[in-house]
Design a protein around this ligand. Structure first.
Ligand code: SF4
Length: 238
């Protein structure tokens, strides 16, 4: 394990040491930089990739078929809400000289994406803060504006694939990808996912950890924001 990795593991333990750091009721007593948050998110991404590979293997051994394939990007039409560290990973990657054109193309697509998304992020975050799963389900099942192709997607491909957020890595559908795109209330149901306890628990832990890092960087009780919106701000010229 490298010194940096050890440092990040220690930071993760400290952020998890008090639930108040996650809830935002108490300020984290150390400085956490945007780069610390981004490096922590990268560490979690690598672990989630190992978990999704293990889940795919378990599915295959159980005779189950994961429907996701390259080119199917229906789940990229859902609003991706993230904590700041995950957006920082993407922004940092886009700001590398070799990714200049990808960044320019994203900044061209973004205004149309933002116009379409309206006040959806605020409504999603309000429902999530209340733990109102029924409201979230209503938003994502019935409201057309909840389906808006991510501005980081070009021609069906994720342009930031190596650094995409955890939720994009973990998302999957069993057997019938046609249900991933539903927003009309015809009762056909949502996509089915495969419960895989080790990964599901790791995702839950990662969510709390990223939230604590987010609070430490951005400020106490700062809400999650749309990935595209944060990346737009973080990559603004000057
Ligand atoms: S970041 Fe990439 S994988 Fe995630 S929603 Fe956007 S285009 Fe899709």
């Amino acid at each position: 394990m490298s010194d940096r990795q050890r440092e990040l593991e220690q930071l993760a333990q400290a952020l998890e040491s008090n639930p108040d750091y996650v809830s935002g009721r108490r300020a984290f007593p150390r400085t956490v930089t945007p780069d610390d948050g981004a490096d922590l998110a990268l560490l979690l991404q690598r672990q989630v990739d190992r978990g999704t590979a293990a889940r795919a293997e378990a599915a295959s051994q159980g005779g189950l078929h994961l429907a996701c394939t390259r080119g199917c990007n229906t789940c990229c039409e859902e609003l991706i809400m993230v904590h700041a560290p995950e957006a920082q990973v993407v922004a940092r990657w886009l700001l590398q000289p070799e990714n200049r054109q990808i960044l320019a193309d994203f900044r061209t697509r973004y205004p149309a994406w933002r116009a379409r998304v309206g006040d959806l992020p605020a409504r999603v975050e309000a429902a999530a803060a209340l733990g109102d799963q029924a409201a979230l389900e209503r938003i994502f099942s019935y409201q057309p504006e909840a389906r808006n192709l991510c501005a980081l997607n070009a021609g069906g491909d994720c342009t930031v694939y190596p650094v995409r957020p955890l939720v994009c890595r973990n998302g999957h559908a069993l057997d019938d990808p046609s249900k991933c795109g539903l927003y009309d209330p015809v009762g056909q149901g949502r996509r089915e996912a495969l419960a895989f306890v080790p990964l599901d628990q790791f995702m839950a832990r990662s969510g709390l950890l990223l939230r604590a890092a987010h609070q430490a960087i951005v400020g106490q009780r700062a809400p999650r924001r749309p990935l595209c919106e944060l990346v737009w701000e973080m990559t603004a010229p000057g």
